[in-house]
Structure formats: structure tokens, C-alpha cells
Design a protein around this ligand. Structure first.
Ligand code: J2J
Length: 547
């Protein structure tokens, strides 16, 4: 095993406490779906399109499909504990594939549709995946081709399974068979971290811990059997998957509608046609929906709640959402590592508009500490109302990344708190306001860009001596990326050239720097490190000068 353990478990006494309080119920995803199918068998579970064809499956049908796919996966050699990279857009097959893997006890690794060769290869290598499940083409990208390239590059990957292919149809038609239920306290899947250092880390989540967050999310978002959840964002992401997301909807016996694209036209068409009651979006998408609502002919009257999160929802936008869309705003501040905060539906407007909510669980432990020196943290607690770095631990927050012992030593405190890298203020009511970030990450409208990952791509260019990537404030996305580049001696690379270079290295489009500034040298800190603070200040001054 390379560089550390697969799963840093909770200490035994803590785990016993979470079990005793009923947070962890010893149920696997597979058993959970079977129970839901028994309770809600004829109700619609999922509605979604692939290649222009709409599927509408009941809970019973979804359960049966998952059983068949599980049997088919076993037949094709997938074993408990195997890792399988799943890169699916919002197609209905996402659910039976993922539940099929869960039934087998194999671990989905949740790639996003935007990921390209560089990221997929990293996930496959890091997880030692045995297979990749994807679609043929989506949004003009040849996903099957990219997956096959990754399979050729990564020895552990034996299979590429393409949803929609004859091979997939055969596998999905396998005769269901009894399979042993995996360990509910074991890892169920690997989520992706937004990352701040190098490539994204993998996040091991267990059946027990994740299902707890899903059940509570469904309750906090008041999902009922007649709710209809619109998954507008890519469902593999932790937010539309679980906050309350597709899984929260399943828990409530409610239907999920998968939007093939998140734009207002597509979403509004589906809201009207399916009488959608609740959805979740990132702030730029909320802004686009607010704007489009003024001129839409669609009937949005079924919409009761819109969750907004993934990045800070500014006060101005927050105030416009309810009136424009005729629904209640619910802010959500979450992370794939665990902790999720929601404003509650009965919170006063002031709290809903001005905070990012409070944790799901009374057992979510929150520490807001002095952020002064991230390299040598004192972890001294600051008073309520003061800005500090957010540390957390609890019944669904991981204690360590997958096979990342060295990184874990810095990302967690010795007593198991996760260092979120977020700067927050806590109100006396326990609500959190996100005021900034201490981590080297750019939040591009909810899509996370690790500065170091992009810097490494830029530094692979022969004309680049050094690179530093920082956030630039942006009216629409909240932040965009700006790459500062020091050229190699005698070289004069252009911004366009460097952007193309990064794109051609096969990375998600959202990571290609929005701006490139070629400079003679970087400002440095007292110890000689590149001062990103000064680079950000220089950018701000530049923006001010431009007006
Ligand atoms: C400010 N920053 C926020 C918010 C996340 C629900 C919702 C979101 C995510 C998610 C998620 C924010 N205001 N409302 O997994 O289940 C930033 C923080 C955080 C990071 C986590 C969920 N909501 N953020 O966005 O793993 O910086 O999860 O640490 O992608 O997004 O990113 P991610």
C-alpha cells in the first residue's frame, strides 16, 4: 500500500457513541435502497434523459436495475473493495450504476464530467482503480476515448464500461443474484476534495457516516414523498448527491429529476413539466436563474425551496432569490470531507440572508481558531463573532484522506479535527458566516481550483520559470483565476499560448487560468516564499486603476 492507509477510522469510543446515539445505523446503501423500494415501490424515483430519450423509473425499478448491474459487475470481475472511477453526467443510469457498485462492495470514485485525462489518470492511479464507467460522448467531449487512454496509461485499469454500449446493456441485463452485504462501517466510495496542494485528494466516506448526513439533510430540507428534487449540478458532486440531493430525495421517497444541463431554460422547462419543489445551485447559477425568471414564460410556482451554496452567496443575491423565483432561500455551506451547514427553513430572514447556516448535527464539533500562522497553527480559539479558521470533527467528517499520510498530518489536528481552510465568524446562535479562505484554492463559482495544481501545469512549459495562481474577484463567478508567470531567461510566452498549453495537457476547462500576467519577478515574503498576498494586492490595484 502506498503512502498511508485507506481509511483513517474514528476512535472506537467515538464510533461507539455515534452508534449509541443512532447516527450510525449499520445499514449499507444497498440494504437502504431495498428498504426504500419496499416502502415506496411504485413511486417515481428518478426521471432523466440520455441521448434525447427520457427514462422514468420507480423505486422498485431502480432497485431491480441496481441488482442486475451488481450481478453484471461481479460477472465481469469486479470484487468487493475494488475501486471504479465513475464519470457520468446527469444520466439516469448514474443511480443504478452507483448502487450496483455499492451492492458489490466496490467503491465508486466520483469524477466530474468536466474532468479530463489529467484528473482521471490521477484518480485511477491514486485509487488503483480496476475500471472506469463513463458515457460515449457528452457536451462534445469523447469521454469513452479519454477513459480508454487512461486505461492504457494506468496498469490497474482493466475495463472501460460505456453506458449506452451493447456491453453495458448485457451487463445491465444480468440475472440478479444474492451478494453478501458489505461492512456498513467500511468505506463506500471516494469523493474528491477541492484540493489546495497539487492534485485532488480522495475522500473515503462510509455507508454509516454518509447515510446519517443524508437522512438529516432530507429532514432539515423538509423533503416529503411528494417533493420533487431537481439535480441541476453534476450529481457526482457531494452537494447535489447529498445536500439533500438525489440521495436525500430517495430517503424521503421523493422523485429526482436529473437536468442534463443547469441553464435556466433547461431547468425552468423541467421545473414546470415535473412540478419540481426543490433544487440546489451555486451562486452564479442562482444569479442566472434570477435574471432569467423575469422574462420566462415557464410556470415556476411549484418551486418551494432553492438551496444556494458551494461558494459564498452575497447578501444582494440572497435578497433577490425569494422574490424572483417565488421560493424560500436555503443557504448551504458544505464540503465533501464532511461538515454540512444549512440555514433552517424556519430561521428568521436575517439569518437566512446573512449566514451560511449551522451544522447538521449537535455532534458536529466546531472550533474557530486563530488563523494567524497556517504553517505553525496555535489553534487558539477566538471569541464568537471574531473571524477565525474553521476546524471541525463529527459523525460524518473524515479523519483522514485516502492514502495520504503526510498530507493528513497537516490537514487534521492531532485530536482529529479537519482543518477546512475556511475563515468564518460564528454568531451567538451557532450559525456560521463564511468570510474568506486561508487555503490556496480559488472558488470559481463553486468549482474549486487548487492553485498548486495549475502552477504545476504552467511550470511544465519550457518558457516558464515560475508560476503563482491567485484569485481575482469577479462579479459573476465570485472569483476567477489569475496566473502570474515569470518567464525563463530569454523567453516571452504569451497568455494565449500558456492557456492553450494548460488546456492541451488535458485538464478540466475550469482550471485553465482566466488571466495570465507575465512579470519579471514575484514579490517575496520575509522567508523568501512567493507572496500571494502581494500578488492579490497588485491585482486589486490594477483593477482599481482600470476603474
Ligand atoms: C462559502 N464557501 C462555501 C458557502 C462551500 C454542500 C454544499 C457545498 C459543498 C461543496 C458540499 C460554501 N459559502 N455556502 O460538498 O455537500 C466552499 C468552502 C468549502 C468548500 C468545499 C455540500 N459552500 N464552500 O462546495 O468539497 O471553501 O463542497 O470548504 O466542493 O467550498 O467544497 P466542496
Amino acid at each position: 500500500m502506498s503512502a498511508g492507509v485507506d481509511h483513517v477510522a474514528w476512535p472506537a469510543d467515538v464510533a461507539a457513541r455515534y452508534r449509541a446515539s443512532g447516527h450510525w445505523r449499520g445499514q449499507t446503501f444497498g440494504a437502504w435502497l431495498t428498504a426504500l423500494a419496499a416502502a415506496h415501490s411504485g413511486r417515481t424515483a428518478v426521471v432523466g434523459e440520455r441521448d434525447g430519450v427520457t427514462s422514468r423509473w420507480t423505486f422498485a425499478e431502480l432497485d431491480e436495475r441496481a441488482h442486475r448491474i451488481a450481478a453484471g459487475l461481479v460477472g465481469s470481475g469486479v470484487r468487493p473493495g475494488d475501486r471504479v472511477v465513475v464519470q457520468l453526467p446527469n444520466v439516469p443510469e448514474f443511480l443504478p450504476v452507483v448502487f450496483g457498485l455499492w451492492r458489490v462492495g466496490a467503491w465508486p470514485v466520483f469524477a466530474l464530467p468536466a474532468h479530463r485525462h489529467s484528473e482521471l489518470r490521477h484518480f485511477a492511479e491514486q485509487a488503483e482503480a480496476v475500471a472506469i464507467v463513463t458515457v460515449d460522448r457528452h457536451e462534445r467531449h469523447d469521454h469513452a476515448g479519454t477513459a480508454r487512454q487512461v486505461a492504457a496509461d494506468v496498469p490497474s485499469v482493466r475495463d472501460v464500461l460505456v453506458v449506452g454500449s451493447a456491453e453495458f446493456a448485457g451487463l445491465a441485463a444480468a440475472e440478479p443474484r444474492d451478494l453478501p452485504d458489505p461492512d456498513p462501517s467500511g468505506v463506500a466510495f471516494l469523493q474528491l476534495s477541492g484540493g489546495s496542494t497539487g492534485l485532488p485528494k480522495l475522500i473515503p466516506r462510509t455507508h454509516d457516516d454518509y447515510l446519517y448526513s443524508v437522512r438529516e439533510s432530507a429532514r432539515i430540507c423538509a423533503l416529503r414523498p411528494d417533493s420533487v428534487y431537481l439535480a441541476a449540478l453534476p450529481v457526482a458532486h457531494n452537494y447535489p448527491l447529498s445536500s439533500p440531493g438525489v440521495l436525500g430525495a430517495l430517503h424521503a421517497g421523493a422523485a429526482t429529476v436529473l437536468a442534463p444541463r443547469p441553464d435556466a431554460d433547461t431547468a425552468f422547462r423541467l421545473i414546470e413539466a415535473e412540478r419540481v419543489t426543490i433544487s440546489g445551485v451555486v451562486p452564479p447559477l442562482a444569479a442566472a436563474w434570477v435574471q432569467a425568471a423575469a422574462r420566462t414564460g415557464h410556470d415556476l410556482s411549484s418551486l418551494e425551496v432553492l438551496l444556494v451554496g458551494g461558494a459564498k452567496c452575497g447578501r444582494e443575491l440572497a435578497e433577490r432569490i425569494g422574490p424572483a423565483l417565488g421560493c424560500r432561500l436555503q443557504q448551504v455551506f458544505g464540503m465533501a470531507e464532511g461538515l454540512v451547514c444549512y440555514t433552517r427553513l424556519d430561521d428568521p430572514d436575517e439569518v437566512v440572508l446573512g449566514t451560511q447556516g449551522r451544522p447538521i448535527s449537535l455532534d458536529d464539533e466546531i472550533r474557530v481558531v486563530d488563523p494567524d500562522d497556517p504553517a505553525a497553527p496555535s489553534d487558539a480559539v477566538v471569541p464568537d463573532g471574531a473571524t477565525g479558521a474553521l476546524l471541525t470533527r463529527g459523525p460524518y467528517t473524515i479523519r483522514g484522506y485516502f492514502r495520504a499520510a503526510a498530507h493528513n498530518a497537516a490537514a487534521f489536528t492531532p485530536d482529529g479535527f479537519y482543518r477546512t481552510g475556511d475563515l468564518v465568524r460564528r454568531t451567538p446562535t451557532g450559525h456560521l458566516e463564511v468570510v474568506g479562505r486561508a487555503k490556496e484554492q480559488i472558488n470559481r463559482g463553486g468549482e474549486k481550483v487548487a492553485a498548486e495544481e495549475v502552477e504545476n501545469h504552467l511550470m511544465a512549459h519550457p518558457d516558464v520559470l515560475d508560476a503563482a495562481v491567485v484569485a481575482v474577484p469577479d462579479a459573476y463567478l465570485g472569483e476567477r483565476t489569475c496566473a502570474y508567470v515569470v518567464p525563463a531567461a530569454g523567453a516571452a510566452p504569451t497568455g494565449a499560448e500558456l492557456r492553450r498549453f494548460v488546456r492541451e495537457r488535458g485538464v478540466a476547462a475550469f482550471k485553465v487560468p482566466d488571466l495570465v500576467q507575465v512579470v519579471g519577478e514575484f514579490p517575496v515574503t520575509g522567508v523568501g516564499k512567493t507572496s500571494k498576498r502581494e500578488l492579490r494586492a497588485a491585482l486589486a490595484a490594477l483593477a482599481e486603476k482600470k476603474g
